[in-house]
Design a protein around this ligand. Sequence first.
Ligand code: KG4
Ligand code: ZN
Length: 384
Amino acid sequence: MFAFKASAQQGTHMFRAKILSKCAFRRKMSSRLVLGIETSCDETGAAVMDETGLILGESLHSQKEVHLKTGGIIPTVAQRLHRENIGRIVQEAMERSGVTQSQLSAVATTVKPGLALSLGIGLDFSLNFVKLHQKPFIPIHHMEAHALTVRMLQPVVFPFLVLLVSGGHSLLALARGIDDFLLLGQTLDEAPGDTMDKVARRLSLIKHPKCSMISGGQAIEILARDGNRLKFLFKPPMGAHYDCNFSFAGLRNQVTMSIQKKEEEEGVEQGTLLSCVNDIAAATQHAVASHIAKRTHRAILFCKAKDLLPSCNPTLVVSGGVASNQYIRKILKIVTDTTGLHLLCPPSKFCTDNGVMIAWNGVERLREGKGILSHTEEVNYEPK
Ligand code: KG4
Ligand code: ZN
C-alpha cells in the first residue's frame, strides 16, 4: 500500500506527490489520524489523513454528470445521491488507508455553508459514526477548508491573502489563523463559476462535441482558447465601486443579451449552437478574469496600505473550482508580479471539493485543539 503526500516547492506552481517508503509509512501511522467527510454540494468525498498531512486513503463520488444533464443541481437529487454513496465512499477511504475505525483520533465533516439537504446527509452519517465509535467530532466550515488546503501542500505561514472562487462562492479574505479570517469582499449576487455554468447552459454547450461531459466553467475555458475575445466587449462590473466585493449577475445579463442578438442575426432558435461560441466564451472568460483580478488587486493594495501582510514572502492563495482556470491564473500572476506577492494555486484536484481538504482542516484544528467536540454534543448544519 502506498500513501501519498502532496507537496510543493515554494516559489513555483509545481506540486508533486511523494510516495513514502514502508518505513516512513509505519512512522506516520503512529501519528493521530483524522477521517474527513464532505457533502456540502455535489461531491461525496472522504479521506483519512495523518497529522503531517499525509493522505492515507481517499474516495470521491462526483454528481456533476447527473446535474449537467438536468441543467443544474436539484437539491433533492443531490441529497439522494449523497445518501446512496456516502457509506461506500467512507468505507473505500477507510479500506484504502488500512486504518480501522478504532485507530481514528477524530472525524471532521463540513457543516457549513452549502445545500441544506446535502449537508444533512454528511452530518447525520458523521454523527452516527462518532457515536458508534465514540470519537471526537470536528465541524468544518467549507470555505475555511478551501482556504487552508494550501498549507497541507507546503508551509504557508499566516497571515496570507486568499481568493476563493467557485460555483457557490466568490470571496477575498485575509487568513490570520486557522479560525481567524478577515473578510475583505464577497459576491453581491452570484459566484463566477455559477455565471460561467449559466452562460454555458444558455449557449447549449452540452451539445458541443468538446464540452458534453464537463462543467460550464471548463467548457468556457476550452472554447475560449480558439476564440477572439475582442469580438464581444462586455463592460467590467462595479467600475465605480471602490471596495473588494464582486458582482457577476450584470455581466451575465450582458452576455445573455449578446447571445439573443446573435441568435436573431443568425435566424436560429434558442438552443442551437451559435457559430461564434468560441468568441463569446473568450469574451466571457476575459470579463470574469479581469473583474476577479481588479478586485484582488484592490485587496492587495488595501492589505499593503494597512500593513496586514508580512514583508517577507507576502502570499496570495487562490482556490475553489474556478481557480483551475489557466487564463484566470495567468491574469492573477500579472497582478501578484506587479505587487510583489507570491501566487500559490493548489493543483486542480485540491481546488475542487473533496474529502482531503476537510480531513486537513480537521488535522489543523486537532493540532491546535480548536473546535473539537465530544461525540455526545448536538451539532446542526448551517446552509448560509
Ligand atoms: O469548488 P467547486 O468544485 O464546487 C463549488 O462550487 O463549491 O467548483 C465548481 C465550479 C463550477 O461552477 C465550475 O464551472 C467551475 O468551478 N470550474 C471552472 C473550471 N473548472 C471548474 N470555471 C472556470 N474554469 C475552469 N477550468
Ligand atoms: Zn467548494
